[in-house]
Write a protein that binds this ligand. Structure first.
Ligand SMILES: [Zn+2]
Length: 187
């Protein structure tokens, strides 16, 4: 399938890795193999330690009920939607992209650009504190994972082949985002 080859090629170009150990899920979702080695992934649970004051944390059960299977797979299981399949891949309306899990405002449409990768691409988050980066060593590649800093939802990855002014490419799953049309009056 051409689109998957494109993804693999991009990954190889970006990282220089030669491994392409992809597992295709039954419904075509690209899935990671096992847990990350670092073990510092934020788990979404009801436990007290996660009930920090300004965090919106839901139990796994509630998340499963609130999210579509794809949204759950992507945000909670580090899944990746098929390239060119996401509803925001070709959207260039003015507005804000929020975390689909907790509503945290993550990306502004002003920073969205056409990367050709098949996933919504941004050169910067609204604020650096909105997202966190963690090293992801799954799929035989070393990538910088991007997660929502509020709820820990997996969003996508960031690569250093983006446009100016940052040179970064935040490659984000549509399934992790909730678009809210322009609220700044320039629409
Ligand atoms: Zn979130």
């Amino acid at each position: 399938m051409k689109s998957i080859k494109t993804k693999i090629l991009l990954g190889v170009l970006a990282i220089g890795a030669i491994g392409t150990f992809l597992t295709i899920g039954s419904d075509g979702i690209l899935m990671g193999q096992g847990e990350k080695s670092s073990g510092d992934k934020i788990e979404i649970t009801c436990e007290e330690e996660n009930n920090m004051a300004d965090k919106t944390v839901k139990s796994d059960e509630k998340l499963k009920a609130a999210l579509t299977p794809l949204q759950y797979e992507v945000t909670q299981k580090n899944g990746t939607e098929r390239p060119f399949s996401g509803k925001y891949n070709d959207l260039y309306e003015d507005g804000v992209y929020k975390c689909v899990v907790c509503g945290n405002e993550l990306f502004d449409s002003k920073t969205k650009f056409k990367s050709g990768s098949g996933w919504p691409s941004f050169y910067a988050p609204i604020a650096n504190e909105d997202v966190q980066q963690e090293t992801d060593r799954s799929l035989g590649m070393v990538r910088e994972e991007v997660v929502c800093s509020n709820c820990g939802a997996h969003l996508g990855h960031v690569f250093n082949d983006g446009p100016q002014p940052t040179g970064l490419r935040y490659c984000i799953n549509s399934a992790a985002l909730d678009f809210e049309e322009g609220e700044d009056g320039d629409k």
